[in-house]
Design a protein around this ligand. Structure first.
Ligand SMILES: NC(=O)C1=CN([C@@H]2O[C@H](COP(=O)(O)OP(=O)(O)OC[C@H]3O[C@@H](n4cnc5c(N)ncnc54)[C@H](OP(=O)(O)O)[C@@H]3O)[C@@H](O)[C@H]2O)C=CC1
Ligand SMILES: CCCCCCCCCCCCCCCC(=O)OCC(=O)COP(=O)(O)O
Length: 325
């Protein structure tokens, strides 16, 4: 290497170092700073959105609804807890009071008890809800029931019962609360649907149908009420470790009463509730809270329906075999 080429090279290296420390490093550090600031602002906005907000949660007496009550209470929301069993709701309020963080401003929740399957009482329940704080900021339609059975052995009344609780109940409650949100030009309606609102699997006809109807109704609602400043979030979780399978109804209307393996191995309801809180805080519209397999199933159903139908038919044959035997 000649002296000249060595000098040229070291001059080039020097310029590269100048460029690096003069432009690239400040640019990278600046971008990281902007990103962190953006994240901090997002978190601040999410917290401010929930703090003092009037939040209604249906099905708050157990499972996901109970955990939603915990996380929204801890975040400073003014809760109105709904369910059919006043005693269980009062027990939850006691638990929330005892576990409250003294650094966070929290409110003692109100309760409104009613049966969602009886649409004739939903309007008066909504009035009672609206009387608590004069308005509702966030309505979380969480209450629901599942079903297990073959279509051949299922009474039509069971389909009506499941549709009543999972679909007509939330529709009636939402429509009773909506006018007050429209009047205020503000509000947020959320619903806990399911992966089964996007794909239908065998032996869940009544449940999957009710969740597909839910997805469709709330998608229409989102489009219609955005102009009034009202947000709509649809959540589609996969299996969650709750009493859902125990409380499921069967084809003859009796309680299924067993803890399914998939439910027992499902996600922790507290973790799901935290994801619901975060997503509502940033007004997410459609939130899938499921693992890779249900996600893959949704893609296959959309992009390659013939394969999905084959897979489901084979699943139906396999699952039915032990029962037939
Ligand atoms: N667990 C899971 O794997 C998944 C659940 N989901 C959905 O999450 C939601 C919550 O279910 P989850 O917590 O798992 O199940 P749980 O059975 O633990 O809770 C269901 C809740 O709904 C309430 N409820 C049921 N029927 C009625 C009714 N007729 N009127 C009023 N309230 C009623 C129950 O209240 P009460 O005390 O009065 O019985 C209970 O609080 C449901 O919509 C479910 O479809 C979605 C995906 C997966
Ligand atoms: C050749 C590629 C193979 C890929 C296989 C993909 C097909 C896998 C099927 C997966 C089905 C997932 C079903 C998930 C159901 C679910 O999470 O439901 C949530 C619930 O609401 C639970 O209610 P349930 O009453 O059924 O417990």
């Amino acid at each position: 290497m000649t002296l000249l080429s060595y000098r040229r090279r070291s001059a080039f290296g020097g310029r590269a170092m100048d460029l690096m420390f003069g432009n690239v490093v400040p640019l990278v550090l600046g971008s990281i700073g902007v990103l962190l600031l953006y994240q901090w602002l997002q978190r601040f906005r999410q917290r401010a959105y929930i703090q003092d907000a009037v939040v209604v949660i249906t099905g708050a007496s157990s499972g996901l609804g109970k955990e939603c009550a915990r996380v929204f209470h801890a975040a400073g929301a003014r809760l109105i807890l709904c369910g059919r069993d006043r005693t269980r709701l009062q027990e939850l309020i006691q638990e929330l009071k005892e576990g409250a963080d003294i650094k966070q401003k929290t409110y003692t929740p109100c309760t409104v008890t009613f049966d969602l399957s009886d649409t004739s009482v939903v309007a008066s329940a909504a009035e009672e809800i609206l009387k608590c704080y004069g308005h509702v900021d966030i309505l979380i339609n969480n209450a629901g029931v599942s079903y297990r059975g073959t279509i051949l052995s299922t009474n039509v009344d069971v389909h009506k019962e499941v549709m009543g609780i999972n679909y007509f109940g939330p529709v009636a409650l939402t429509q009773a609360i909506l006018p007050s949100m429209v009047q205020r030009r503000s509000g947020h309606v959320a619903v806990i649907s399911s992966v089964q609102g996007k794909i239908a699997i065998p032996f869940r006809s009544a449940y999957a149908a009710s969740k597909h109807a839910t997805q469709a109704y709330f998608d229409c609602l989102r489009a219609e009420v955005q102009q009034y400043g009202i947000a709509v979030s649809v959540f589609s979780p996969g299996y969650i470790r709750t009493n859902l399978s125990l409380n499921a109804v069967t084809g003859d209307g009796s309680r299924y009463g067993a803890m399914d393996k998939n439910t027992a191995k499902g996600r922790d309801p507290l973790e799901v509730a935290e994801a619901v809180l975060r997503a509502i805080g940033c007004k997410k519209k459609d939130v899938l809270l499921a693992g890779p397999l249900p996600m893959l199933a949704i893609y296959i159903r959309t992009l390659c329906p013939q394969l999905f139908f084959k897979l489901m038919a084979s699943r139906a044959r396999k699952e039915q075999r032990p029962k037939d035997d």
